[in-house]
Design a protein around this ligand. Structure first.
Ligand code: SAM
Length: 428
């Protein structure tokens, strides 16, 4: 290329004023516009002005994309600057025109750093400052962050920038990042599902609490759980005769077998029956009283998992449980997803009965707010606090568990008052 970079100055007109004031949509669109053009996103920061208007920049390995919006005019001024020729900024232009619902745009491309006008200096890293030998730059020179956020809260994890896995399935975007603090991390549609360093918390608590409370689980069903961690923990219990895993998306299993092998270590187990299908349909076709334990190891109530948070679905689960069967669900964060949390517990009580539904908590650092909840719903008389503590203690020791033990089992059901108040509150 005869220039160091291409800089396109863009004016988008007659955009949707609402979209021009939607900071989350604008940031997601700018990041996606960069990625679609083949750029590597290093970081992004966006600001929502009061009373309206948004400014932001996406730093890419190949330079940057920047924007400022005037919702009151349905107008956006955008800068697309790329170095080298691996990224075509016009791809980002077309992506953003769509995303902002602009009726038309005008643009001007400038070639920045015309080679013919530039003379290379003898600048090298070493000679930059004082001529003092500079400390060698650490191997990871890129400052790349994965961020999961909603309007007000964000969780960011630094990663190596090497995207280990990235595929769009018919249901969701399946990605694996190599984070520096938590090892490889599986995300679905930009939401953290599990990381190598803390997945055991979730998987030990969603399994051993019900199995050791029930005391005689023979057949267990897991809906979702494509990372494999839940079935791995269930299959530690020799008393269990069969575990059925119903996962809708085989790419999740593929990604975890490749990049989270410890989590996906039980997919070859002889007692495991793996079905790639929609759990909602599977449960409808399942005979009454088929399972002692049904674990709904779903993602959040969006996309393919939305239907796993409905009264219809839970009623089907109730029907498929044996007379003393237990349903366990991941029931979101009482602080991050408060409305969903209150609503689903209300739904559980409507199906299982007021005193048959129990909430327990666990500390999961890479989940929003770090505090996550589970529901323990009993069809018969199994009660989560009436379990054999010696058996639980021995099991935890023999299996070398890293989170679950007999004390945590009891403590997890000790709820802070704000959670008790939420559970007492009625969905209006
Ligand atoms: N621990 C995670 C969490 O709390 O967010 C959940 C992990 S697991 C990866 C969630 C799985 O549910 C995903 O693999 C997703 O594909 C699967 N899933 C979503 N909807 C489903 C459905 N209707 N039937 C079966 N599996 C489903």
């Amino acid at each position: 290329m005869d220039a160091l970079g291409r800089h396109i100055l863009v004016e988008f007109y007659n955009c949707s004023p609402e979209l021009m004031n939607d900071v989350v949509h604008i940031e997601n669109s700018m990041v996606a516009a960069a990625e679609t053009a083949g750029a590597t996103v290093i970081n992004s920061t966006f600001h929502h002005f009061s009373p309206y208007g948004v400014s932001g920049v996406v730093v890419i390995q190949e330079s940057h994309l920047a924007i400022h919006t005037w919702p009151e005019y349905g107008y956006a001024a955008v800068d697309l600057f790329t170095c080298g020729d691996s990224v075509d900024p016009w791809v980002s232009y077309n992506y953003l025109k769509e995303a902002f619902e602009a009726s038309h745009g005008s643009s001007m491309e400038c070639r920045r750093g015309q080679q013919s006008l530039l003379k290379r200096t003898n600048f090298t890293v070493e000679s930059r400052d004082s001529g003092q030998p500079v400390r060698p730059i650490p191997s990871i020179t890129r400052d790349v962050w994965f961020t999961e956020r909603d309007e007000n809260i964000a969780l960011s994890l630094k990663h190596s920038g090497n995207q280990l896995y990235k595929k769009q399935s018919p249901y969701q975007k399946v990605e694996v990042f190599e984070t520096l603090a938590y090892g490889n991390m599986l995300t679905l549609d930009g939401m953290v599902m599990c990381t190598q360093k803390d997945e055991y918390v979730y998987h030990e608590m969603i399994t051993h609490v019900p199995v050791l409370s029930h005391g005689n689980v023979k057949r267990a069903l897991v809906i979702g759980g494509g990372d494999g961690g839940t079935v791995r923990e269930l299959l530690r219990h020799d008393s269990i005769e069969e575990v059925v895993l119903v996962e809708i998306d085989e790419l999740v299993i593929e990604a975890c077998k490749q990049h989270l092998p410890e989590t996906a270590s039980a997919f070859g187990h002889p007692k495991l029956k793996l079905l790639i299908e929609d759990g909602i349909k599977y449960i409808q076709d399942t005979p009454d009283g088929s399972f002692d334990l049904i674990i709904v190891d779903s993602a959040d109530p969006v996309g393919p998992g939305e239907g796993l948070f409905t009264a219809d679905f839970y009623s089907q689960v109730y029907r498929c449980l044996t007379s003393d069967g237990v349903m366990i669900t991941q029931s979101e964060s009482p602080r991050f997803n408060t409305d969903v949390f209150v609503e689903i517990f209300d739904t559980y009580k409507g199906i299982f009965g007021q005193d048959k539904v129990h909430c327990y908590l666990a500390a999961i650092p890479t989940y929003p707010t770090g505090t996550w909840s589970f529901s323990f719903c009993s069809k018969g008389n199994v009660h989560p606090k009436q379990f054999n503590q010696e058996v639980a203690a021995a099991f935890s020791r023999e299996q070398g568990l890293r989170y679950y033990n007999e004390d945590i089992h009891v403590a997890a059901f000790a709820l802070p008052n704000f959670v008790k108040d939420l559970l007492a509150s009625k969905v209006l």
